[in-house]
Design a protein around this ligand. Structure first.
Ligand code: PLP
Length: 366
């Protein structure tokens, strides 16, 4: 079986985790927690980082830190993993769904302004499948209307837009280290920001707003959350981070092989990276058009029969029961991509021979 995307654990994970176990520093305070935050901020080029127990918590924390809540609207794509949308609801705000670009799968910046109302407080762009959102345009609109920008950069960790790391352009950037992501801590997340007071407030909220008084007593000045990551997992994160550049370059190399092999197949549309971006290719993705002959779903079944795991694009969230009453614009590209998009195997351990085998099957059935 060629899996869709599995973790790669080959570095200092054992060593660092063993150190936590040997020294008893297993819980949510410890040297690796501090180191992971510092190393991560340094890696992406952000001033500060706050680690969390998962990516969804990082998004919720980001929204809470900026004071987004009841009565506020947040513009978010419908084509995404559901976490950012749920996080908007967790804080009591309303998601407003925006369409995506057909060629890049990420939110269409030309469609932002028509969705803005006096209630709009933030834009939450998602760098889907390793593709960059046009952040210059997002920031320009955000500045014009005085909106916050929270980037969900999970799927483009290590990817660049105009030389800057995904997640470092908006007011806050969030990442996940779930098992299928570019690097993993089993479960984990990170929030980054260039604003010291935002970072301080995020850390405060994520640690039950706990202040230790001179006599050792705990004082709390507002309702806080336990979004902390244990030291054991942070140790794993430090080891994984050491490998991130290597993993991104392997994914980019594999994407080039896929592109070269797939580009002449009729009915298969490959994603063309823009000049200004250098994506992570978290999940290598293509569109299966009508001319291909088989539907996208039939191709998924044929691949599965040949022991190759693939996945359809995320389904449109604005059509799901709990979100179908939410406001949204025209969703033509979202609907089309959801029925045509497919993620192909993208593990770091994927070999060139695997890619050739996958492409041969895609060729055989058309
Ligand atoms: C995986 C993912 C998340 C959520 O991460 P968890 O760590 O599973 O909570 C959020 N956003 C995007 C775009 C993701 O792909």
């Amino acid at each position: 079986m060629i899996p869709l995307c599995i973790p790669q654990i080959e570095g200092n994970e054992w060593k660092y985790i063993k150190e936590c176990l040997d020294t008893n520093w297993v819980s949510s305070v410890g040297a690796y927690v501090d180191k992971f935050e510092k190393d991560f901020a340094d890696y992406v080029g952000a001033k500060e980082a706050v680690v969390t127990m998962n990516g969804t918590a990082a998004l919720e924390l980001g929204l809470r830190t900026l004071g987004i809540g009841e009565g506020d609207e947040v513009i978010v794509p419908s084509l995404t993993f559901i976490s950012p949308v749920n996080a908007i609801k967790y804080v009591g705000a309303e998601p407003v769904f925006i369409d995506v670009c057909r060629n890049s799968y990420v939110l269409d910046t030309n469609k932002i302004e028509e969705l803005i109302t006096p209630k709009t407080k933030a834009i939450l762009p998602v760098h889907l499948y390793g593709n960059s959102v046009e952040m210059d345009k997002v920031m320009e609109i955000a500045n014009k209307y005085n909106l916050y920008v929270i980037e969900d950069a999970t799927e483009n960790l290590g990817g660049l837009y105009k030389g800057k790391h995904a997640g470092t352009i908006g007011h806050i950037g969030c990442y996940s280290f779930n098992g299928n992501k570019i690097i993993t801590t089993g479960s984990g997340g990170m929030l980054v920001t260039n604003n010291d007071s935002v970072a301080k407030r995020a850390k405060h909220l994520s640690t039950q707003t706990k202040t230790v008084l001179d006599n050792g007593g705990f004082y709390h000045d507002e309702i806080g959350y336990n979004f902390r990551m244990p030291n054991i997992l942070a140790a794993m994160g430090c080891a994984q981070l050491e490998k991130l550049d290597e993993y991104v370059s392997i994914k980019r190399k594999n994407a080039n092989i896929y592109n070269a092999e797939l580009k002449d197949i009729k009915g298969v549309t490959i994603h063309k990276e823009k000049e200004c971006e250098k994506g992570s290719y978290w999940l290598y993705s293509v569109l299966i058009e009508e001319e291909y002959g088989l539907s996208r779903d039939e191709l998924i079944l044929r691949l599965m029969e040949n022991k190759i795991q693939s996945r359809p694009f995320f389904m449109p969230i604005h059509e799901m029961p709990m979100y179908k009453k939410c406001r949204h614009g025209n969703m033509d590209n979202t609907i089309e991509l959801c029925s045509k998009g497919i993620n192909l195997p993208s593990s770091v351990s994927l070999e060139k021979d695997d890619i050739i085998k996958i492409v041969d099957i895609i060729k055989r059935y058309r």
